[in-house]
Design a binder for this molecule. Structure first.
Ligand code: AMP
Length: 304
């Protein structure tokens, strides 16, 4: 039986930030997610690439132990995204989206992946997310991500997905668009009433908030001296979060909170370099060391 299944995009990204630029580098929601999760657990990736996708990228994903049986290669070009960040690094400005092979992609889950323990529906068309849900036996945990592109364009389909997932992971701007309210606490209440049991709101350098029926939990972002490129931070967060949950199987409140810190730790590495460059040379002992720094960062004594 599989462990953690992810469906999402594999992309060429062209990104400009105040600290540099990168052209047609490896990116995509499923790429960041699966690479981050691979530090914790076995991952199976479902995605599509075009004829132009180089073997070197495939070799990198394989070197992380990611199962690529479900990575389809099709005639045509790989999905491309071009974005820009100003000094306000929290928000990506999309300049171009070329769906290319993603436009006609219909994910087909290979037989051996149809009973995953956990499933992450990365940022793709909500109709495709539904399609994937219909092909698998109900996993122990289903999480999903989305973005403004779909909140605006496919709202109804998106709500149908949300009725079926356990965890929704989105950023604060998207949460406000989804809930049509500027107050995140109100948005959380509304969203939890309509489906997901946990809502995780990523707030860039301001950290993360998690809401469920009983608790609210907040964690800061790890304070870094250099943030070069925030692209992929959200997907890396989700990969670290779910990868850790899949490795422990602990779905208690304490387990979720610890997974949130692992997600934040992984995202803090991704933003230190363009594309997946920091994750390429990351070692597990660095992850644990930063986890412990995080613990010290957020520790304080109770009132006596
Ligand atoms: P994030 O973690 O939110 O920064 O996501 C960044 C990744 O999302 C980039 O590597 C892009 O390739 C990918 N991406 C951007 N727009 C889309 C879209 N419409 N559908 C799927 N993936 C996308």
């Amino acid at each position: 039986m599989g462990s953690l299944l992810v469906v999402g995009s594999v992309a060429f990204d062209t990104v400009r930030t105040p600290f540099g630029e990168a052209t047609e580098v490896l990116g995509g929601s499923a790429t960041y997610f699966s690479t981050a999760a691979s530090f914790f657990t076995d991952v199976e990736l479902i995605a599509v690439v075009g004829e132009d996708f180089p073997e070197s990228h495939i070799d990198f994903l394989k070197s992380r132990g990611i199962d690529l049986t479900g990575l389809e290669r099709r005639g045509g070009k790989t999905f491309r995204w071009r974005g820009e960040y100003t000094y306000q690094l929290n928000e990506a400005h999309t300049l171009e989206t070329h769906l290319n092979v993603l436009e006609t992609f219909r994910p087909k889950i290979p037989e051996q992946y149809r009973s995953p323990k956990m499933l992450f529906l990365g940022n793709i068309d909500p109709e495709l997310q539904l399609d994937v849900l219909n092909q698998v036996e109900r996993p122990r945990l289903v999480a999903c991500d989305t973005m403004n592109f779909w909140i605006g364009g496919k709202r109804d389909a998106l709500w149908r997905v949300l009725e079926k997932v356990d965890v929704l992971v989105i950023n604060d701007g998207e949460a406000r668009d989804l809930g049509q309210d500027s107050n995140l606490v109100k948005v959380a209440k509304e969203t939890l009433a309509r489906g997901p049991k946990h809502l995780i709101i990523k707030r860039g350098e301001h950290g993360v908030l998690m809401f469920n029926q009983k608790h609210t939990f907040g964690a800061p972002a790890f304070p870094l001296e250099m943030v070069k490129d925030p692209t992929g931070a959200g997907d890396t967060f989700a990969g670290g979060f779910m990868g850790h949950l899949a490795s422990t199987g602990d779905l208690s409140e304490a387990g979720f909170r610890r997974a949130i810190i692992f997600g934040s730790v992984m995202a803090s590495f991704t933003v230190e370099a363009f594309s997946l460059d920091r994750l390429r040379c990351l070692e597990y002992k660095e992850i644990e060391a930063r986890f412990r720094e995080f613990k010290r960062l957020t520790h304080f004594e109770d009132l006596s």
